[in-house]
Ligand binder design. Structure first.
Ligand code: ASP
Length: 349
């Protein structure tokens, strides 16, 4: 059900969903949000008001920067009491990063923040944008009999699936089914009815007040391992001036080459205070460094497990923790705790 007098704030940042083809060059360019509304007259069918906020100029999400995440947090915080929920229209390319960052920056969230976009612009005949937009708005406004939001989380809705934002990865530059959440079940599925997977949805039970966080530190990097990676490449990255943390994308369950130079370089960097987080290159599954010798040596070199985190979530979480001035040891500890349901930690019975 939808509570009476409820309204949703639709924030348009940019992305394919609101683009139009330039007749001369054929390239997709941003156009005014007014046009988007003209192409979706169905918006008028909602029985509650939908207010809009437009980024000016709208941006391709490849240009997304942490200061835009801060801007989004500010918009949500300043409008928090006036709306039942928020829908953010965003390009798909970096949507998983934005969703991850917002999940950490909006502490005690108890309203839906749904990011969505599309693979085809909304003016195009076979667009997936209308469906994504309409269902996202419906989910953002949905609440139970007591007027509490059904999904008080930062989510991505795409092609029938509502996913926890910090669990998502963009999978396809072609299919409408563009996002996956491999290590966490979907939060809702939209068919004739929207079926909510209530057991998996996090609820802010104590209803603490929303705390917006704005501090981020971008002195981080990602290094993806590949067979044949050279010492110079690893050394150059680990010695970047000011580097505070590295997401190391390893093989399988968190394994890496057993070369002496490799372990030595990681060990030296860890000792200097660089936080190194082990995230698997696999889409599904978790890092278990104790499982193979090739993983265990990383543990001994001071590398911490990223568990079943996506790279997008790990990098955003590092920026968030480092931004708050924690010591390397504290950041390592907090990387091994869940802040917003971004990792699965098996607790021993
Ligand atoms: N390049 C676009 C963007 O991420 C792609 C999209 O919207 O799907 O902004």
């Amino acid at each position: 059900m939808t509570a009476p007098n409820t309204s949703v704030l639709l924030i348009y940042t940019g992305g394919t969903i609101g683009m139009i083809e330039n007749p001369e060059t054929g390239a997709l360019e941003n156009f005014d949000f007014e046009h988007l509304q003209k192409h979706v007259p169905e918006l008028l069918k909602f029985k509650f008001p939908i207010d809009t906020y437009q980024f000016d100029p709208p941006m391709d999400s490849s240009d997304m920067e942490p200061d835009m995440w801060q801007k989004l947090v500010r918009i949500i915080y300043e409008n928090y009491d006036r709306y039942r929920g928020f829908v953010i229209l965003h390009g798909t390319d970096t949507m998983a990063y934005t969703a991850s960052a917002l999940s950490f920056m909006l502490e005690n969230l108890d309203k839906p923040v749904i990011l969505t976009g599309s693979q085809l612009p909304i003016g195009v005949l076979r667009t997936d944008g209308k469906e994504n937009l309409m269902t996202s708005i419906e989910i953002a406004a949905a609440c139970n009999g007591e007027g509490k939001s059904l999904v008080p989380e930062v989510c991505i809705f795409f092609e029938n699936h509502l996913m926890r934002g910090n669990r998502t990865t963009k999978l396809s530059a072609e299919n409408f089914n563009a996002f996956g959440s491999f290590n966490y079940p979907v939060l809702a599925e939209a068919g004739i009815h929207i079926k909510y997977n209530n057991v998996q949805i996090h609820v802010n039970g104590e209803r603490r007040k929303l705390i917006p966080h704005y501090l981020l530190d971008t002195n981080v990097a990602v290094l993806k391992l590949f067979p044949g990676i050279q010492e110079d490449v690893v050394a150059t990255i680990l010695e970047i001036k000011g580097l505070k943390a590295l997401v190391l994308e390893t093989y399988g369950s968190g394994n890496a080459p057993r070369k002496d130079w490799f372990i030595r370089r990681l060990c030296e960097a860890s000792k200097r205070g660089v936080v190194i987080v082990n995230v698997t290159q696999c889409n599904a599954g978790t890092v278990e460094m104790e499982r193979y010798e090739t993983g265990y040596q990383l543990l001994q070199a001071g590398v911490v497990s990223g568990y079943d985190s996506t790279t997008e979530s790990a990098i955003a979480k590092l920026m968030f923790l480092l931004g708050h001035g924690y010591s390397p040891e504290e950041v390592r500890l907090r990387m091994n705790r869940s802040i917003a349901g971004e990792i699965t930690i098996q607790t021993e019975e």
